[in-house]
Design a binder for this molecule. Structure first.
Ligand code: AMP
Ligand code: GLY
Length: 429
């Protein structure tokens, strides 16, 4: 069968790479994709937010499996529009409907959901733009530093302010309500700050049952030692060594199962990947956020660790028969991903640098492209995060060594990467 993966980042490359390994799949089309290609994959030029164009393409190519990579088309209702097409009634779709994607698309929706279903998360209150005074009162009287302010809607990872002083928080509130974050901040949330260490748990769900995928830790800040601006993610490690059986049992019982049950109780039809951004606070998990898709770069560390064929599980979402499929399981090796970014990212950066990648991909060393264009001998950068190296080996130290050795075989002008990915986790192994 043919599969289509929508998106153009490293996440979509990693998903396509994994799906292409399945004997059930003859070809994986990535739309729009980037300069990275694998055996059995090709790109197609397609506006992934244009449901009519996507539907026509699916019909023309007789695609049987669709995976939607990023959140925008999901939150925008792409899946609903495809489901409404009778000619696509046999299509297998991995990705939630518009309503279900609100778990990511509206932080107010997600927090209310968690409260309703008793899922541990930071205390919060939401305010609309005409409630500035009430929001200021709440900041002054109900909260203390550090203050966490969030825009309700999608803000490409930039909708969260963590303010160390009340003055900073008041300014942040005004800039959010003043339109600096666009409509995503028409409603804002003030949350109590959680402390601890962050990690991500991913599940695939058909709305009835769920399957846990390999865990990962993301490195969100641009600078070494977790300093500087927030980015989309500068590296990842899978598995997370401090997620032991005891912690995972808590995550399942307190978070995953109440979430899947809650979605069913609320009659929210969720079929796709569900990402739990968690804080481990003194051994107890709290939800920082839900995402309605896989993480990037985490997926680049997660997919290579899935042992068996993932495709039967993806196909099972349509008929809600996930529980009847075989668990593909996970390999023991650690996967470590290091992102190569253009100097200046996540602020402004140059485009068009020539990208050179030596060395062949193998099962334990893979380069997933993200912001690249062109092909053959002429690959150029076109995004802030340009590509990432994923290496697998026994334990973090070995995987780190292998990843950074491969990184030495790549280059472009003004390339920047963090040298400390995974370093903080070695003590937990
Ligand atoms: P989000 O967009 O919700 O993922 O938030 C971005 C980042 O802000 C998270 O990865 C955390 O590092 C941080 N963050 C968000 N909410 C909180 C919170 N309540 N307490 C502490 N840190 C938070
Ligand atoms: N790496 C964080 C995210 O994908 O949201």
């Amino acid at each position: 069968m043919k599969a289509l993966v929508l998106g153009s980042g490293g996440r979509e490359q990693a998903i396509a790479w994994k799906i292409a390994k399945s004997p059930l799949v003859s070809e994986v089309i990535i739309a729009p994709g980037n300069a990275g290609t694998f055996l059995k994959t090709r790109n197609a030029d397609l506006d992934i937010n244009d449901a009519d164009a996507v539907a026509d393409f699916l019909t023309k190519e007789a695609v049987e499996l669709l995976v939607v990579g990023p959140e925008q088309p999901l939150v925008g209702g792409l899946v609903d529009q495809l489901l409404a097409r009778p000619e696509l009634s046999d299509l297998h779709i991995v990705g939630p409907t518009r309503e279900a994607a609100q778990m990511e698309g509206s932080k107010d929706f997600a927090k209310a959901f968690m409260q309703r279903h008793g899922i541990p998360t930071a205390k919060y209150r939401s305010f609309t733009s005409d409630e500035r005074e009430a929001a200021l009162d709440y900041l002054r009287n109900e909260e203390r530093a550090p203050y966490v302010l969030k825009a309700d809607g999608l803000a490409a990872g930039k909708g969260v302010l963590i303010c160390q002083t009340l003055e900073e928080a008041e300014e942040g509130l005004d800039s959010m309500l003043g339109g600096k974050f666009g409509h995503s901040a028409d409603t804002i949330l003030i949350e109590t700050c959680l402390t601890g260490i962050e990690c991500s748990v991913f599940v695939l769900t058909d709305g009835k049952s769920y399957r846990i995928l390999p865990t990962a830790k993301d490195y969100k800040r641009i600078g070494e030692g977790d300093t500087g601006l927030n980015t989309g993610g500068m590296g990842a490690v899978s598995p997370v060594p401090f997620i032991d059986d005891e912690f995972m049992t808590k995550v399942k019982e307190r978070i995953i199962e109440p979430t899947i049950r809650g979605l069913a109780e609320d009659e929210i039809d969720y079929r796709g990947f569900l990402y739990f951004g968690l804080m481990n606070q003194d051994g107890d998990p709290y939800v920082i956020e839900y995402n309605c898709r896989m993480g990037d770069p985490e997926t680049q560390a997660v997919m290579p660790r899935i042992a068996g064929d993932l495709v039967p599980s993806l196909l099972a979402l349509r008929d809600q028969s996930l529980a009847d499929t075989e668990n593909p399981g996970e390999i023991e090796e650690t996967a470590l991903t290091v992102v190569a970014a253009m100097k200046g990212y996540p602020e402004s950066y140059a485009k068009g640098a020539q990208v050179i990648i030596y060395g062949e991909d193998s099962d334990d060393s893979i380069v997933f492209h993200s912001g690249t264009t062109g092909g053959g001998q002429d690959i150029r950068s076109c995004g802030g995060r340009v590509f990432a190296v994923t290496a697998l080996d026994r334990g973090i130290m070995r995987a780190r060594k292998r990843a950074y050795e491969r990184m030495m075989m790549t280059c472009f002008d003004d390339m920047y990467y963090r040298h400390d990915i995974g370093k903080d986790l070695v003590e937990y192994e």
